[in-house]
Write a protein of this length. Structure first.
Length: 229
């Protein structure tokens, strides 16, 4: 009898323990001991075509100055080569191949400090005497043209009267290139544009053709550029 009552007690206790486990859940089982060596995750494979389709990171744009219209594709733009001796003067530019060049604008280009100071700067570059001689001088002139870009740089400086070459004219052209950083660009509707400037510089020279002073500067109306066929 005692053995049966003891078995009944264990059965009742086991039944009550089972009910408690069913009601409150199983106790946390001890975790298996982890290995001290790291586990290498399996390699992740990705289709390269999906990778190419991902958006690319924004790359910094190089500062490329171009006279071409903004709508032109970037592949057709070309970097400009600056003269190392004459800052702000651009080499290897053909004005007849440039597009979007203005010859008449609401505000024309001009030297930063005016024509008088500009002539003084040219004279200083040319090494002309500070005091103009009073005798033995003859008046002469040189007609030039060049492009003035949106940032004030200039290019394609030429003598428009090549049939009457004068050795001293090369000195004037050199001085214009050396003072290429003094120009304000032309404005059309409040925006800077590329402009073809034609001007005449009047000077005084001696009988040998040596220039002794720069006297005046005059802008000529610019004719439309004739495109190459």
């Amino acid at each position: 009898m005692k053995r049966e009552s003891l078995c009944n007690r264990f059965a009742i206790r086991g039944y009550l323990l089972l009910l408690l486990l069913m009601q409150f859940g199983l106790p946390a089982l001890p975790q298996a001991r982890q290995s001290s060596s790291p586990v290498v995750p399996p390699a992740i494979k990705m289709d390269k075509s999906i990778l190419r389709a991902l958006p690319q990171a924004m790359q910094p744009k190089s500062m490329v100055f171009s006279t071409r219209p903004e709508a032109e594709s970037k592949s057709q733009r070309r970097p400009l080569i600056i003269d190392s001796i004459s800052p702000c003067y651009v080499l290897d530019i053909d004005p007849e191949e440039e597009e979007g060049v203005f010859t008449i604008t609401t505000i024309p280009p001009a030297p930063n400090k005016g024509i008088k100071v500009y002539l003084q700067q040219l004279a200083t570059t040319m090494g002309l005497p500070a005091v103009k001689p009073n005798k033995g001088l003859k008046s002469d002139s040189i007609s030039v043209q060049f492009l003035i870009f949106k940032n004030g740089w200039i290019a394609a400086l030429t003598n428009t009267e090549p049939n009457t070459p004068t050795p001293s004219h090369g000195v004037i052209l050199h001085a214009i290139k050396k003072n290429a950083c003094v120009w304000r660009p032309a404005l059309q509707a409040g925006r800077p544009v590329v402009y073809l400037l034609k001007m005449v510089i009047y000077y005084s020279r001696d009988d040998k053709g040596n220039i002794l002073s720069l006297d005046n500067l005059y802008y000529r109306p610019s004719a439309n550029i004739q495109k190459k066929s």
